[in-house]
Design a binder for this molecule. Structure first.
Ligand SMILES: [Zn+2]
Length: 297
């Protein structure tokens, strides 16, 4: 399996972990645009982060990570659904990024903010926001958890344009260990070991080897691999809905401006949805209340 996450649990301490490896879904996202290497790396790290977060949450719906900033990389956005389907996009100024593959987060995205949105199928939408002021994306996400009323959580993320990998550790409520100092020592111990991981190890080792490398002195249980895949949630119906929301007058004006066919491109997957005069007339037929049922390609 090329794309999956896998959780693990320490038997004697109140810590759990999650690891993610992405290859095909990452290739799908990168195939849609000619991203500069530095952007491709950050996008991969964000994909890994989104998959890790979905792995730790119990919900039905969509998790969205969105980083906005001044600077050459203005937007990074990744969505991962509870069905474990991922898509992602970046907006950037190619000239300002240049060929510097080692450009770091702060030079690419100065004065940025990172929004974490959980959009459940049913129930309240939740959004948390943190400044994008860490050395890298992993540090920003770790800061977010440290600053919010959530379980202490740390992230390690790495991507190289072909592989995107991530590791998450989370301290659970007291169960095996109740004494605060003992809990703190155990937590710091697993973090310190994880901090010794090199980029090559995180990118290159399979999960059992990686866990053994870090925690061979602990009792760790590794659970089954959970598959992840690229999938775009765009559709002709959704594009028609966006067009309908403009109102008939504006949609017809757009049609005239664009020479008889309104084309809506999906920025995530480059799919193009075209609507001609007949489509638009049908869209607003019956006082515009009826959604179009006809699907065409
Ligand atoms: Zn799409």
């Amino acid at each position: 399996m090329n794309d999956f996450s896998q959780r693990f649990l320490f038997d004697d301490t109140d810590v759990r972990g999650e690891m993610v490896a992405l290859r095909e879904s990452y290739a799908h996202v990168l195939a849609k645009h000619a991203y500069p290497q530095a952007v491709a790396q950050l996008l991969g790290e964000m994909m890994a982060a989104a998959a890790l977060l979905v792995g730790t949450l119990k919900f039905d719906g969509l998790l969205v990570l969105q980083a906005r900033a001044e600077g050459p990389l203005s937007l990074l956005m990744v969505e991962c659904s509870s069905a474990r389907e991922l898509r992602g996009i970046a907006r950037y100024d190619a000239e300002r990024i240049g060929a510097d593959v080692d450009a770091d987060l702060q030079s690419l995205m100065p004065n940025g903010v990172l929004a974490i949105t959980i959009d459940p199928t049913r129930g309240q939408r939740y959004q948390g926001i943190v400044d994008l002021d860490g050395a890298d994306l992993a540090e920003c996400l770790s800061n977010y958890f440290a600053s919010s009323e959530q379980l202490p959580t740390r992230f390690w993320l790495k991507a190289d344009g072909q592989r995107a990998r991530g590791l998450l550790l989370q301290q659970l409520p007291p169960h095996h260990q109740t004494e605060p100092q003992e809990r703190a020592e155990s937590w710091n111990h697993v973090l310190t070991l994880a901090d010794t991981l090199t980029a090559e190890e995180l990118l290159g080792l399979d999960n059992p080897t990686l866990l053994h490398r870090l925690y061979h002195e602990e009792n760790v249980r590794l659970f089954d691999e959970q598959p992840l895949q690229f999938r775009c949630s765009c559709s002709r119906e959704r594009s028609a809905g966006a067009l309908a929301s403009l109102g008939q007058a504006d949609a017809e004006q757009l049609l005239a401006e664009q020479g008889g066919s309104v084309e809506i491109d999906c920025q995530f997957c480059n799919e193009r949805y075209a609507f001609d005069a007949a489509d638009i007339a049908q869209l607003f037929a019956g006082a515009g209340s009826e959604a179009p049922s006809q699907t065409r390609h």
